[in-house]
Design a protein around this ligand. Structure first.
Ligand code: FNR
Length: 388
């Protein structure tokens, strides 16, 4: 797993930077302003995006010594998440419109995640059809649902994902509409983005039945398809009761993403969700919202004993994963760093970003005195709020 680490120890100079921050700097230089702005941008003042990262500084790992955990074969990073066995407690976060970043888009991500034994979550706003991504994504992929306002289309998407082999459905609750995202607004490219994120729809028989003409027929027909999609993307009607409705369309476990309040966590689990993702969408929805890591302990205390708890929004390093797990997460979703990798070098860049995280996690865990992620709990950390 940490070949990338041993290669580095042996003197190999990598093609790409060895930190998430380094990938972002290089992406800013090399990607188009549209692609970079789309990935890096968050809502409004982007303070929540910054707070997501800063929250990790409020906890410090207190390493333990002389426990024999430094040898690579002394450690076990694997976890079982909702019946999905993963080599490490990491899944790639659902990220839409990846064709803007690289033509191989979701197919590159699904294939690399499968190769490394971690999970992947395919976005509804993908640039490739569900079945095409499923064909290369191995066993451990989940499907993320942006619930369109046309319920029959929603049902069709969920049934296709289930038939294609998804292991869970992730209902994103924090995006009944897009946040106030100045960078995308300034670039004026939202209609262009939309057209690149509707492959799940264009390949859907129920969605197609809503169109007067097949989108392949002409530019006008394609424009009409995009408009039809736009009219169903923002579903303002979705409520708690819909979690149970979703469960009628699939036998797969349901995970609700975008939960930061413990009452909401309790409510969705009472409604039948098997898990929650503590997330503020990388700060792209409610600016000024609580940092995801700060929301995690309460959510874990509320539902951790009866549901799977995942965290995203701010995972950048191995230590970040250790802290999230110690505060009650069962696994994390990894977002922006691998998207920069995809933009910089396609599948190789995704592989680089993921291997970097996994090697950093493995080495950090061992040097901190732990042989497995199961050993991580609150006692591993000290809050730095009170000072030394
Ligand atoms: C996202 N996110 C997202 N979430 C989701 O449920 N469906 C989606 O299609 C997308 N699309 C998307 C695009 C881009 C460019 C970004 C950066 C994010 C949110 C994503 O799943 C995750 O919550 C965040 O990326 C976590 O924040 P960090 O760690 O990447 O900053």
């Amino acid at each position: 797993q940490n070949e990338i680490y041993f290669a580095g120890l042996g003197g190999t100079v990598p093609d790409l930077p060895m930190t998430a921050a380094g990938l972002e700097v290089l992406a800013r230089e090399r990607l188009s302003p549209e692609a970079f702005g789309y990935i890096a941008g968050s809502a409004s003042t982007e303070r929540t995006a910054a707070a997501n990262l800063a929250a990790f500084d409020r906890y410090a790992i207190v390493p333990r010594m002389l426990r024999g955990t430094a040898a690579a074969d002394a450690r076990d990073l694997s976890v079982d998440v909702l019946g999905t066995r993963l080599a490490a407690p990491v899944l790639t976060a659902p990220i839409g419109v990846l064709e803007l970043v690289h033509p191989d888009a979701e197919r590159a991500v699904g294939a690399v995640a499968a190769e490394l034994g971690v999970g992947s979550v395919l976005s509804t706003a993908a640039s490739s059809a569900i079945e095409d991504v499923a064909a290369v994504s191995g066993e451990n992929w989940w499907y993320q649902l942006y619930w369109p306002s046309d319920d029959e289309v929603a049902e069709s998407l969920v049934k296709r994902a289930t038939a294609a082999g998804a292991k869970a459905i992730v209902l994103t609750a924090d995006t009944p509409g897009m946040g106030w995202r100045p960078r995308d607004l300034e670039l004026g490219h939202l209609p262009f983005l939309q057209a690149k994120g509707i492959a799940n729809y264009l390949s859907d028989p129920v969605f197609r039945s809503r169109l007067a003409n097949p989108p392949e027929e002409s530019t006008e027909a394609m424009q009409m398809a995009v408009l039809t999609w736009v009219s169903m993307f923002g579903n303002h009607a979705i409520r708690l009761g819909d979690v149970a409705r979703l469960a009628r369309w699939t036998d797969l476990p349901i995970v609700v993403k975008g939960i930061v309040h413990s009452d909401d966590a309790r409510a969705v689990v009472d409604a039948g969700a098997a898990g929650v993702v503590v997330s503020n969408h990388g700060g792209r929805q409610v600016d000024g919202a609580v940092a995801a890591l700060d929301a995690l302990p309460d959510v874990a205390a509320a539902v951790g004993d009866r549901a799977t708890v995942l965290l995203d929004s701010g995972i950048r390093s191995g230590a970040d994963v250790v802290k999230a797990l110690a505060l009650g997460a069962d696994a994390v979703l990894y977002g922006r760093p691998w998207v920069y990798g995809l933009g910089l070098a396609g599948a190789d860049g995704v592989r680089h970003a993921l291997r970097m995280l996994l090697a950093d996690l493995d080495v950090t865990l061992g040097l901190a005195g732990f042989a497995s992620v199961a050993e991580l709990d609150r006692r591993v950390l000290r809050s730095t709020l009170a000072g030394p």
